[in-house]
Design a protein around this ligand. Structure first.
Ligand SMILES: C[S@@+](CC[C@H](N)C(=O)[O-])C[C@H]1O[C@@H](n2cnc3c(N)ncnc32)[C@H](O)[C@@H]1O
Length: 206
C-alpha cells in the first residue's frame, strides 16, 4: 500500500458527492443489509467510509467502523458516528462484534490483502462476516477494447487514494473467491444473494 501516492478520485474527497453517486448507482439496494444483520447486533465495519451503512441498520443495533480517509471519518464523526482512523490490514484496529461488514472494499485490495482482511474479520466476529461487492464490474474484466476502456475509467473514478485497482472480477471470479474464502477460513456456511447489481455474501461462523 502506498499512502498519498496520488490524489483521491473526486468521490473520495467529497462525502456528499460520494453519497449521491452511490444513491444514483444503487438506488436503495442497500436496504437488504437491514434484514441480513437483524435486530440488536453489534456491527463493526472495516473501511466504513463515512459510515453510510449505519442508517440502514435497525435502531437497536450498535455500529462502529474504521477507515483511512480522514475527510470521511471527520464527516461521519460530526454526525455522531463512532468511527475512527484505522487501517483494515492491522488487527489491532478491530473490535469484537457480532457481525463484521466488508462493503465495497474487497475489489480495492490485492488478493493477499483480501485474505488477510477476511481472516481478521472472522477472528473478530462472533456470528458472521458479511461481504457486499458490485457484480456489474465484470464488464471491465474482458480483453476487448471496451472492457479495457471501462477498466481504466472504473479504476480512475473508484481510486480511494490508498490502493490501485488492477483487476476487475467477473461473476465467476467472485463465485470462486467467495467459495475459497469460506473454505480457507473454515466458515460453517455461506449464503449468497444478488440484489440490484450487488453480491450480499454471508460467511457464517457456526
Ligand atoms: C468504496 S469505499 C466504501 C466505503 C463504505 N464501506 C461504504 O460502503 O460506503 C472504500 C473505502 O475503503 C477505504 N480503504 C481502502 N483501503 C483501506 C485500508 N487499508 N484501511 C482502511 N480503509 C481503507 C477507503 O478510504 C474508502 O473509504
Amino acid at each position: 500500500m502506498a499512502f498519498g501516492m496520488t490524489k483521491r478520485a473526486h468521490i473520495f474527497r467529497n462525502p456528499w458527492l460520494y453519497a449521491l453517486s452511490i444513491r444514483l448507482l444503487h438506488f436503495n439496494g442497500f436496504k437488504k443489509i437491514r434484514e441480513i444483520v437483524g435486530k440488536k447486533k453489534n456491527v463493526f465495519e472495516p473501511a466504513c467510509g463515512y459510515g453510510r451503512l449505519q442508517k440502514y441498520l435497525h435502531d437497536n443495533c450498535s455500529y462502529s467502523g474504521i477507515d483511512l480517509n480522514e475527510i470521511f471519518i471527520n464527516f461521519g464523526r460530526k454526525r455522531g458516528l463512532d468511527i475512527r482512523i484505522g487501517d483494515v490490514l492491522e488487527e489491532k484496529n478491530y473490535i469484537k462484534s457480532d457481525i463484521i461488514i466488508l462493503c465495497d472494499i474487497l475489489h480495492h485490495l490485492t488478493r493477499d490483502n483480501i485474505h488477510r482482511v477476511v481472516s481478521i474479520a472472522k477472528k473478530f466476529s462472533t456470528e458472521k462476516v458479511v461481504i457486499m461487492e458490485p457484480s456489474f464490474v465484470g464488464l471491465a474484466s474482458g480483453k476487448g477494447f471496451f472492457s479495457r476502456l471501462a477498466a481504466k475509467v472504473f479504476a480512475k473514478v473508484d481510486f480511494d487514494g490508498i490502493n490501485n485497482i488492477e483487476h476487475w472480477s467477473t461473476r465467476q471470479d467472485y463465485q470462486k473467491l467467495f467459495k475459497h474464502l469460506k473454505e480457507t477460513n473454515k466458515f460453517a456456511d455461506m449464503k449468497i444473494q444478488m440484489s440490484k447489481g450487488y453480491y450480499f455474501v454471508e460467511l457464517i461462523r457456526a
